[in-house]
Design a protein. Structure first.
Length: 467
Protein backbone atom coordinates (compact mmCIF):
# COMPACT_ATOMS: atom_id res chain seq x y z
CA UNK A 1 0.00 0.00 0.00
CA UNK A 2 1.42 3.36 -1.11
CA UNK A 3 1.38 6.34 1.25
CA UNK A 4 1.54 6.90 5.00
CA UNK A 5 -2.09 7.93 5.38
CA UNK A 6 -2.90 9.86 8.53
CA UNK A 7 0.59 9.15 9.91
CA UNK A 8 2.41 11.28 7.31
CA UNK A 9 2.86 14.37 9.50
CA UNK A 10 4.16 12.38 12.48
CA UNK A 11 6.58 10.36 10.32
CA UNK A 12 7.97 13.44 8.58
CA UNK A 13 8.46 15.24 11.91
CA UNK A 14 10.29 12.17 13.27
CA UNK A 15 12.84 11.98 10.41
CA UNK A 16 13.28 15.70 9.69
CA UNK A 17 16.32 16.23 11.96
CA UNK A 18 18.23 13.02 11.19
CA UNK A 19 22.00 13.62 10.78
CA UNK A 20 23.31 10.05 10.56
CA UNK A 21 24.13 9.46 6.88
CA UNK A 22 22.98 5.84 6.77
CA UNK A 23 19.68 6.54 8.54
CA UNK A 24 19.09 9.61 6.39
CA UNK A 25 19.69 7.61 3.19
CA UNK A 26 17.23 4.96 4.38
CA UNK A 27 14.63 7.62 5.19
CA UNK A 28 14.60 9.27 1.77
CA UNK A 29 14.64 5.93 -0.04
CA UNK A 30 11.57 4.88 1.96
CA UNK A 31 9.99 8.25 1.07
CA UNK A 32 10.57 7.44 -2.63
CA UNK A 33 8.72 4.16 -2.29
CA UNK A 34 5.89 5.37 -0.09
CA UNK A 35 5.00 8.78 -1.54
CA UNK A 36 3.98 9.46 -5.15
CA UNK A 37 6.00 11.95 -7.20
CA UNK A 38 3.38 14.67 -6.90
CA UNK A 39 3.40 14.53 -3.11
CA UNK A 40 7.19 14.60 -3.02
CA UNK A 41 7.21 17.70 -5.24
CA UNK A 42 4.89 19.37 -2.75
CA UNK A 43 7.44 18.56 -0.03
CA UNK A 44 10.05 20.66 -1.87
CA UNK A 45 8.25 23.62 -0.28
CA UNK A 46 8.06 22.05 3.19
CA UNK A 47 9.11 24.29 6.07
CA UNK A 48 11.64 21.73 7.34
CA UNK A 49 14.99 21.65 5.52
CA UNK A 50 15.50 17.94 6.23
CA UNK A 51 12.22 17.07 4.50
CA UNK A 52 12.95 19.32 1.52
CA UNK A 53 16.34 17.60 1.13
CA UNK A 54 14.86 14.11 1.26
CA UNK A 55 12.28 14.93 -1.39
CA UNK A 56 14.90 16.61 -3.61
CA UNK A 57 17.42 13.76 -3.31
CA UNK A 58 14.83 11.21 -4.39
CA UNK A 59 13.71 13.27 -7.36
CA UNK A 60 17.31 14.00 -8.38
CA UNK A 61 18.12 10.28 -8.30
CA UNK A 62 15.17 9.72 -10.62
CA UNK A 63 16.77 12.08 -13.14
CA UNK A 64 15.19 15.52 -12.50
CA UNK A 65 17.80 17.71 -14.26
CA UNK A 66 16.34 20.98 -12.98
CA UNK A 67 16.72 19.86 -9.37
CA UNK A 68 20.19 18.50 -10.09
CA UNK A 69 21.24 21.98 -11.20
CA UNK A 70 19.69 23.43 -8.03
CA UNK A 71 21.40 20.90 -5.72
CA UNK A 72 23.16 23.59 -3.70
CA UNK A 73 19.79 25.10 -2.77
CA UNK A 74 18.88 21.91 -0.90
CA UNK A 75 22.27 20.63 0.23
CA UNK A 76 23.86 23.91 1.30
CA UNK A 77 27.53 24.82 0.97
CA UNK A 78 28.88 22.14 3.28
CA UNK A 79 29.33 19.55 0.51
CA UNK A 80 32.15 21.42 -1.19
CA UNK A 81 33.73 22.10 2.19
CA UNK A 82 33.85 18.41 3.07
CA UNK A 83 31.31 18.83 5.88
CA UNK A 84 28.10 16.98 6.58
CA UNK A 85 25.46 18.14 4.06
CA UNK A 86 22.70 16.94 6.38
CA UNK A 87 23.49 19.58 9.00
CA UNK A 88 21.38 22.71 8.84
CA UNK A 89 23.70 24.55 11.25
CA UNK A 90 27.44 24.50 11.92
CA UNK A 91 28.91 26.10 15.07
CA UNK A 92 32.64 26.60 15.60
CA UNK A 93 34.90 28.28 18.17
CA UNK A 94 38.25 29.97 17.71
CA UNK A 95 39.38 28.08 20.85
CA UNK A 96 37.51 25.44 22.85
CA UNK A 97 39.91 26.06 25.78
CA UNK A 98 40.66 29.75 26.24
CA UNK A 99 42.40 32.07 28.68
CA UNK A 100 40.46 35.30 28.18
CA UNK A 101 37.80 34.84 25.52
CA UNK A 102 36.79 32.80 22.48
CA UNK A 103 34.87 33.70 19.31
CA UNK A 104 31.87 31.63 18.22
CA UNK A 105 30.79 31.53 14.58
CA UNK A 106 27.45 30.25 13.31
CA UNK A 107 26.87 29.09 9.71
CA UNK A 108 23.28 28.18 8.89
CA UNK A 109 22.31 26.34 5.69
CA UNK A 110 18.69 26.54 6.84
CA UNK A 111 16.59 29.74 6.50
CA UNK A 112 15.46 31.16 9.84
CA UNK A 113 16.79 32.62 13.10
CA UNK A 114 19.61 30.90 14.99
CA UNK A 115 18.83 30.73 18.72
CA UNK A 116 21.19 29.61 21.46
CA UNK A 117 21.62 28.90 25.17
CA UNK A 118 24.79 28.88 27.30
CA UNK A 119 23.71 26.71 30.24
CA UNK A 120 23.41 23.37 28.43
CA UNK A 121 19.62 23.56 28.08
CA UNK A 122 17.99 23.00 24.71
CA UNK A 123 17.28 26.21 22.77
CA UNK A 124 13.71 27.25 21.98
CA UNK A 125 12.16 29.84 19.69
CA UNK A 126 12.37 32.26 22.65
CA UNK A 127 16.08 31.74 23.37
CA UNK A 128 18.67 34.44 22.64
CA UNK A 129 19.01 35.23 18.92
CA UNK A 130 22.37 35.14 17.15
CA UNK A 131 23.24 38.56 15.72
CA UNK A 132 26.63 37.74 14.26
CA UNK A 133 29.84 36.46 15.80
CA UNK A 134 29.55 35.81 19.55
CA UNK A 135 32.38 36.40 22.05
CA UNK A 136 32.41 34.44 25.31
CA UNK A 137 34.65 35.04 28.31
CA UNK A 138 33.32 32.37 30.69
CA UNK A 139 32.99 28.57 30.68
CA UNK A 140 29.78 27.51 28.95
CA UNK A 141 27.93 24.66 27.27
CA UNK A 142 26.52 26.28 24.15
CA UNK A 143 23.57 24.74 22.32
CA UNK A 144 22.13 26.27 19.16
CA UNK A 145 19.52 25.56 16.50
CA UNK A 146 17.70 27.31 13.67
CA UNK A 147 14.04 28.29 14.17
CA UNK A 148 11.45 29.57 11.72
CA UNK A 149 7.95 30.68 12.67
CA UNK A 150 8.32 29.07 16.08
CA UNK A 151 9.46 25.65 14.78
CA UNK A 152 12.93 24.17 15.01
CA UNK A 153 14.40 23.76 11.50
CA UNK A 154 17.76 22.15 12.29
CA UNK A 155 19.36 19.70 14.65
CA UNK A 156 20.79 21.04 17.92
CA UNK A 157 24.53 21.72 17.79
CA UNK A 158 26.58 21.65 21.00
CA UNK A 159 29.94 23.22 21.91
CA UNK A 160 31.66 22.73 25.28
CA UNK A 161 33.76 25.83 25.98
CA UNK A 162 36.21 26.02 28.86
CA UNK A 163 37.94 29.03 30.38
CA UNK A 164 41.38 27.99 31.64
CA UNK A 165 41.93 28.97 35.28
CA UNK A 166 45.29 30.22 36.55
CA UNK A 167 45.90 26.97 38.45
CA UNK A 168 45.05 24.88 35.35
CA UNK A 169 47.42 26.98 33.27
CA UNK A 170 50.22 26.09 35.68
CA UNK A 171 49.23 22.42 35.90
CA UNK A 172 47.82 21.21 32.55
CA UNK A 173 49.48 21.13 29.13
CA UNK A 174 47.67 23.24 26.53
CA UNK A 175 48.45 23.47 22.81
CA UNK A 176 47.38 26.72 21.15
CA UNK A 177 47.93 28.94 18.09
CA UNK A 178 48.45 26.09 15.62
CA UNK A 179 49.59 27.26 12.18
CA UNK A 180 50.25 25.11 9.12
CA UNK A 181 52.53 26.26 6.26
CA UNK A 182 51.92 25.24 2.67
CA UNK A 183 48.56 23.61 3.40
CA UNK A 184 44.95 24.76 3.25
CA UNK A 185 43.98 22.40 6.07
CA UNK A 186 43.35 23.43 9.66
CA UNK A 187 44.80 21.43 12.56
CA UNK A 188 43.47 21.14 16.12
CA UNK A 189 44.86 19.57 19.26
CA UNK A 190 42.86 16.79 20.93
CA UNK A 191 43.77 17.52 24.55
CA UNK A 192 44.53 14.36 26.55
CA UNK A 193 42.66 12.43 23.84
CA UNK A 194 45.02 9.77 22.45
CA UNK A 195 43.39 6.34 22.90
CA UNK A 196 42.82 3.15 20.92
CA UNK A 197 39.89 3.57 18.55
CA UNK A 198 40.37 7.31 17.96
CA UNK A 199 40.99 8.62 14.45
CA UNK A 200 44.57 8.81 13.20
CA UNK A 201 43.93 11.49 10.56
CA UNK A 202 41.36 14.19 9.98
CA UNK A 203 40.83 13.05 6.39
CA UNK A 204 40.93 9.23 6.72
CA UNK A 205 38.89 6.61 8.58
CA UNK A 206 41.94 4.80 10.02
CA UNK A 207 41.96 4.42 13.79
CA UNK A 208 44.68 3.59 16.30
CA UNK A 209 44.66 -0.07 17.29
CA UNK A 210 47.75 -0.15 19.52
CA UNK A 211 48.99 2.73 21.69
CA UNK A 212 51.95 2.28 24.08
CA UNK A 213 50.80 2.76 27.68
CA UNK A 214 53.14 5.71 28.14
CA UNK A 215 51.41 7.53 25.26
CA UNK A 216 47.76 6.75 26.05
CA UNK A 217 46.02 9.92 27.18
CA UNK A 218 48.58 12.18 25.49
CA UNK A 219 47.54 15.29 23.59
CA UNK A 220 47.26 14.49 19.88
CA UNK A 221 47.69 17.02 17.09
CA UNK A 222 45.66 15.18 14.45
CA UNK A 223 47.18 15.74 11.00
CA UNK A 224 45.82 15.43 7.44
CA UNK A 225 47.25 12.53 5.44
CA UNK A 226 46.88 14.64 2.30
CA UNK A 227 49.74 16.78 3.69
CA UNK A 228 52.17 13.84 3.46
CA UNK A 229 54.07 15.36 0.51
CA UNK A 230 54.78 18.69 2.24
CA UNK A 231 58.44 19.77 2.11
CA UNK A 232 58.22 23.05 4.06
CA UNK A 233 61.07 23.48 6.59
CA UNK A 234 58.59 25.16 8.96
CA UNK A 235 55.39 23.26 8.24
CA UNK A 236 53.76 22.94 11.69
CA UNK A 237 53.98 25.66 14.33
CA UNK A 238 52.21 25.76 17.69
CA UNK A 239 52.60 27.10 21.22
CA UNK A 240 52.61 25.22 24.53
CA UNK A 241 52.35 26.66 28.04
CA UNK A 242 54.57 24.11 29.83
CA UNK A 243 57.72 22.11 29.07
CA UNK A 244 56.70 18.89 27.33
CA UNK A 245 57.89 15.67 25.77
CA UNK A 246 57.12 15.70 22.05
CA UNK A 247 56.59 12.36 20.30
CA UNK A 248 56.74 12.06 16.52
CA UNK A 249 55.24 8.86 15.05
CA UNK A 250 56.71 8.36 11.58
CA UNK A 251 55.88 5.98 8.71
CA UNK A 252 57.70 2.73 9.47
CA UNK A 253 58.27 1.94 5.78
CA UNK A 254 61.06 4.49 5.58
CA UNK A 255 63.44 6.57 7.69
CA UNK A 256 62.67 10.25 8.41
CA UNK A 257 65.10 12.90 7.22
CA UNK A 258 67.76 13.97 9.71
CA UNK A 259 66.54 17.55 9.56
CA UNK A 260 63.04 16.52 10.71
CA UNK A 261 64.20 14.49 13.73
CA UNK A 262 67.25 16.55 14.73
CA UNK A 263 67.53 16.42 18.53
CA UNK A 264 65.16 13.45 18.77
CA UNK A 265 65.87 9.89 19.85
CA UNK A 266 64.14 6.84 18.42
CA UNK A 267 62.28 4.96 21.15
CA UNK A 268 61.28 1.30 21.33
CA UNK A 269 57.63 2.37 21.07
CA UNK A 270 55.41 1.82 18.02
CA UNK A 271 51.84 2.88 17.27
CA UNK A 272 49.70 0.67 15.03
CA UNK A 273 46.69 1.56 12.91
CA UNK A 274 43.63 -0.18 11.52
CA UNK A 275 45.00 -0.01 7.94
CA UNK A 276 47.89 -2.25 9.01
CA UNK A 277 50.58 0.43 9.15
CA UNK A 278 53.07 0.73 12.03
CA UNK A 279 54.80 3.97 13.00
CA UNK A 280 57.96 3.94 15.17
CA UNK A 281 58.03 6.77 17.70
CA UNK A 282 60.75 9.41 18.11
CA UNK A 283 60.86 11.86 21.02
CA UNK A 284 62.49 14.97 22.39
CA UNK A 285 61.96 17.52 25.14
CA UNK A 286 60.57 20.92 24.14
CA UNK A 287 60.34 24.04 26.27
CA UNK A 288 57.28 26.21 26.85
CA UNK A 289 56.72 28.61 23.94
CA UNK A 290 56.72 28.05 20.18
CA UNK A 291 57.46 24.62 18.67
CA UNK A 292 58.24 24.19 14.95
CA UNK A 293 58.31 20.99 12.87
CA UNK A 294 59.21 20.51 9.22
CA UNK A 295 57.07 18.85 6.57
CA UNK A 296 56.64 15.07 6.27
CA UNK A 297 58.88 14.94 3.16
CA UNK A 298 61.39 17.52 4.27
CA UNK A 299 64.13 15.69 2.34
CA UNK A 300 61.87 15.16 -0.67
CA UNK A 301 61.51 11.37 -0.52
CA UNK A 302 60.41 10.42 2.97
CA UNK A 303 57.30 8.71 4.42
CA UNK A 304 54.33 7.78 2.26
CA UNK A 305 51.92 8.51 5.13
CA UNK A 306 51.77 11.72 7.17
CA UNK A 307 53.40 11.75 10.59
CA UNK A 308 51.54 12.14 13.89
CA UNK A 309 52.41 14.43 16.80
CA UNK A 310 51.78 13.64 20.49
CA UNK A 311 52.69 15.65 23.60
CA UNK A 312 52.82 14.94 27.33
CA UNK A 313 53.79 17.13 30.24
CA UNK A 314 57.48 16.78 31.12
CA UNK A 315 58.42 14.89 34.27
CA UNK A 316 55.61 12.32 34.36
CA UNK A 317 56.48 9.02 36.00
CA UNK A 318 54.42 5.86 36.43
CA UNK A 319 52.35 6.16 39.60
CA UNK A 320 51.92 3.11 41.81
CA UNK A 321 49.30 2.33 44.44
CA UNK A 322 51.67 2.73 47.39
CA UNK A 323 52.76 6.24 46.36
CA UNK A 324 49.16 7.37 45.81
CA UNK A 325 48.09 5.92 49.17
CA UNK A 326 50.93 7.73 50.97
CA UNK A 327 49.90 11.00 49.27
CA UNK A 328 46.41 10.82 50.84
CA UNK A 329 47.80 12.55 53.95
CA UNK A 330 48.06 15.80 51.96
CA UNK A 331 45.06 15.28 49.67
CA UNK A 332 43.43 18.47 48.34
CA UNK A 333 39.83 17.77 47.24
CA UNK A 334 39.47 21.15 45.51
CA UNK A 335 42.41 20.31 43.24
CA UNK A 336 40.91 16.85 42.74
CA UNK A 337 37.68 18.38 41.46
CA UNK A 338 39.63 20.54 39.01
CA UNK A 339 41.46 17.49 37.65
CA UNK A 340 38.21 15.48 37.43
CA UNK A 341 36.60 18.10 35.18
CA UNK A 342 39.88 19.04 33.46
CA UNK A 343 42.96 17.09 32.42
CA UNK A 344 41.81 13.92 34.19
CA UNK A 345 38.98 13.74 31.62
CA UNK A 346 36.92 11.74 34.17
CA UNK A 347 33.80 13.73 33.23
CA UNK A 348 33.93 12.15 29.74
CA UNK A 349 32.33 9.02 31.24
CA UNK A 350 31.07 10.04 34.70
CA UNK A 351 28.41 12.61 35.55
CA UNK A 352 28.70 14.56 38.80
CA UNK A 353 26.78 17.69 39.82
CA UNK A 354 24.97 17.69 36.48
CA UNK A 355 28.24 17.91 34.54
CA UNK A 356 29.72 15.15 32.42
CA UNK A 357 28.40 12.09 30.58
CA UNK A 358 26.53 9.42 32.62
CA UNK A 359 27.89 6.26 30.98
CA UNK A 360 30.26 5.04 33.71
CA UNK A 361 29.38 3.75 37.19
CA UNK A 362 27.65 6.21 39.55
CA UNK A 363 30.18 7.90 41.84
CA UNK A 364 27.71 9.66 44.14
CA UNK A 365 27.88 8.37 47.72
CA UNK A 366 30.56 5.89 46.70
CA UNK A 367 31.94 6.22 50.26
CA UNK A 368 28.96 4.17 51.44
CA UNK A 369 29.95 1.29 49.14
CA UNK A 370 33.76 1.36 48.94
CA UNK A 371 36.86 2.69 50.70
CA UNK A 372 39.69 4.93 49.46
CA UNK A 373 41.84 1.95 48.47
CA UNK A 374 39.13 0.76 46.06
CA UNK A 375 39.01 4.18 44.34
CA UNK A 376 42.80 4.41 44.07
CA UNK A 377 43.03 0.91 42.57
CA UNK A 378 40.15 1.62 40.18
CA UNK A 379 42.03 4.67 38.86
CA UNK A 380 45.47 3.07 38.54
CA UNK A 381 44.53 -0.56 37.73
CA UNK A 382 41.01 -0.37 36.26
CA UNK A 383 41.00 -4.00 35.08
CA UNK A 384 41.24 -5.13 38.72
CA UNK A 385 37.63 -4.17 39.38
CA UNK A 386 35.35 -4.45 36.33
CA UNK A 387 31.79 -3.47 37.17
CA UNK A 388 29.27 -5.72 35.40
CA UNK A 389 28.05 -4.04 32.20
CA UNK A 390 31.07 -1.75 31.91
CA UNK A 391 33.55 -4.01 30.12
CA UNK A 392 35.27 -2.99 26.89
CA UNK A 393 34.21 -4.10 23.40
CA UNK A 394 36.07 -3.76 20.09
CA UNK A 395 34.30 -3.39 16.74
CA UNK A 396 36.09 -3.94 13.42
CA UNK A 397 34.27 -1.94 10.71
CA UNK A 398 33.99 -2.42 6.95
CA UNK A 399 35.37 1.10 6.33
CA UNK A 400 38.71 0.27 8.00
CA UNK A 401 38.04 1.62 11.48
CA UNK A 402 38.56 -0.41 14.63
CA UNK A 403 36.64 1.02 17.58
CA UNK A 404 37.23 0.35 21.27
CA UNK A 405 34.78 1.28 24.00
CA UNK A 406 31.57 0.45 25.79
CA UNK A 407 28.33 -0.56 24.07
CA UNK A 408 25.57 1.70 25.35
CA UNK A 409 22.66 0.72 23.12
CA UNK A 410 22.17 -1.98 20.49
CA UNK A 411 19.41 -2.87 18.03
CA UNK A 412 19.25 -5.04 14.92
CA UNK A 413 19.99 -1.94 12.83
CA UNK A 414 22.59 -0.01 14.83
CA UNK A 415 25.11 -0.15 17.67
CA UNK A 416 25.94 2.86 19.86
CA UNK A 417 29.45 2.76 21.33
CA UNK A 418 31.23 5.20 23.63
CA UNK A 419 34.97 5.38 22.92
CA UNK A 420 37.55 5.51 25.72
CA UNK A 421 37.56 9.30 25.31
CA UNK A 422 33.80 9.47 26.02
CA UNK A 423 32.96 10.24 22.38
CA UNK A 424 29.67 8.70 21.28
CA UNK A 425 29.56 6.94 17.89
CA UNK A 426 26.60 5.20 16.24
CA UNK A 427 27.38 2.56 13.59
CA UNK A 428 25.27 0.47 11.25
CA UNK A 429 25.15 -3.12 12.55
CA UNK A 430 25.61 -4.42 8.98
CA UNK A 431 28.93 -2.55 8.72
CA UNK A 432 30.52 -4.51 11.62
CA UNK A 433 33.02 -7.06 10.32
CA UNK A 434 34.06 -8.52 13.65
CA UNK A 435 33.27 -7.99 17.33
CA UNK A 436 35.24 -8.88 20.43
CA UNK A 437 34.02 -8.45 24.00
CA UNK A 438 37.34 -8.06 25.82
CA UNK A 439 38.07 -8.80 29.46
CA UNK A 440 39.06 -5.20 30.05
CA UNK A 441 37.43 -2.31 31.82
CA UNK A 442 35.99 0.45 29.64
CA UNK A 443 37.97 2.87 31.82
CA UNK A 444 41.31 3.82 30.21
CA UNK A 445 44.40 2.25 31.79
CA UNK A 446 46.71 5.21 31.21
CA UNK A 447 46.07 7.24 34.37
CA UNK A 448 49.08 5.67 36.08
CA UNK A 449 51.15 7.60 33.50
CA UNK A 450 49.16 10.85 33.25
CA UNK A 451 48.40 11.43 36.96
CA UNK A 452 50.94 11.92 39.73
CA UNK A 453 50.53 10.21 43.14
CA UNK A 454 49.23 13.51 44.55
CA UNK A 455 46.79 13.91 41.63
CA UNK A 456 45.33 10.46 42.34
CA UNK A 457 45.09 11.23 46.06
CA UNK A 458 43.36 14.57 45.39
CA UNK A 459 40.79 13.00 43.02
CA UNK A 460 40.17 10.14 45.45
CA UNK A 461 39.52 12.49 48.38
CA UNK A 462 37.09 14.57 46.30
CA UNK A 463 35.23 11.50 44.98
CA UNK A 464 34.89 10.10 48.52
CA UNK A 465 33.11 13.33 49.57
CA UNK A 466 30.44 13.13 46.84
CA UNK A 467 26.87 12.96 48.11
Amino acid sequence: RIGWGKNSVAILDAVAYETDRVAYYTNWQVMRRQLPEGKRRELLENGLLGIRRMAALGLMEEGDRDLQQRAGEFLGGTVADGGNPLKGLTVSASEAHFRKSTRIRFAAATPGDTRYTLDGSEPTAKSAKVKGELTLSETATLKAAVFKEGRRESGIETLTLHKISDSEWRDRLFVRSIHVGGSAHSYRAQLDGLQRGTLVYVDRNYTFTEIPEALAGATHIRTHNDDKSNTEPEFLRFEINLPATLYLAYDGRTTPSKDLVTGMEQTAMTVRMSNGESFPVYRCTVQAGEVVLGGNKLAGSDGESMYQVFLTKTGLRKTNITAATNAMAKANPKHGEEIFFGRGTCFACHQVKGKGVPIGPDLNEINKRHDEDYVIRSILVPDEYIVEGFQQTSLEMNDGRKLFGMIQEETEQSVEIYLLTGQQISVNAKDIQARNDAKNSSMPSNFCYTLSPQDVADITRWIMQLK
